[in-house]
Design a protein around this ligand. Structure first.
Ligand SMILES: Cc1cc2nc3c(=O)[nH]c(=O)nc-3n(C[C@H](O)[C@H](O)[C@H](O)COP(=O)(O)O)c2cc1C
Length: 169
């Protein structure tokens, strides 16, 4: 699958088989995430790889739209590390780019994944900090549920010419 095909056919997958994701593939996903562009190449990210069934089952009590984690064999939490920020204020954009890379890499590897928003919902930030023991300078931005897909969704063509402005509004 080439890059454009991966971008155009990726969908949020919320149903998974119980097959585990191999360590080699988890490293591929993290390598893709860490290949993202970042402001001044500051790379302000940290990742928490979650495969513990009890932890995955607890997260829906913190995050109201994450029920699929009870089925997912894996989730990766993308966090911003304020101590690694050299270009203040850009960590959200940097970590969002890393999250999108992770989603696309999962799709390219035949996995299904869905982005679960954490920051700026502070109750989710606080809840995950407590559950996972994150330090105060580490802010969870996005949790990505990942697994072998048990549903297949068609591509969504969202091209809208009315949203494109040429040279001026
Ligand atoms: C910032 C952000 C937060 C999201 N949060 C959730 C979530 O909490 N639960 C969920 O099931 N999907 C979540 N999604 C996935 C969106 O619902 C999904 O991307 C959107 O409906 C478009 O569908 P598609 O990804 O299949 O193209 C989130 C996506 C983004 C970018």
């Amino acid at each position: 699958m080439d890059a454009l095909e991966a971008i155009l056919t990726r969908r949020s997958i919320r149903q998974f088989t119980d097959q585990a994701v191999s360590e080699a593939v988890i490293e591929d996903l993290l390598r893709a995430a860490m290949s993202a562009p970042s402001a001044g190449n500051q790379q302000p990210w940290q990742f928490v790889v979650i495969t513990d069934r009890q932890i995955l089952d607890t997260i829906p009590s913190i995050h109201p739209y994450s029920a699929m984690l009870r089925q997912a064999p894996l989730a990766i939490l993308v966090c911003g590390d304020e101590h690694l920020e050299t270009h203040k204020g850009y960590w959200v954009q940097d970590c969002s780019a890393a999250t999108q890379n992770l989603l696309l890499a999962a799709h390219a590897r035949g996995l299904g994944a869905v982005w679960l928003g954490i920051y700026p919902r502070m109750e989710r930030v606080t809840g995950l900090r407590k559950l996972l023991g994150l330090p105060e300078h580490v802010v969870p931005l996005a949790l990505v549920a990942i697994g072998h897909p048990a549903e297949h969704l068609p591509p969504a063509d969202r091209y809208d010419a009315a949203r494109v402005h040429r040279n001026r509004w």
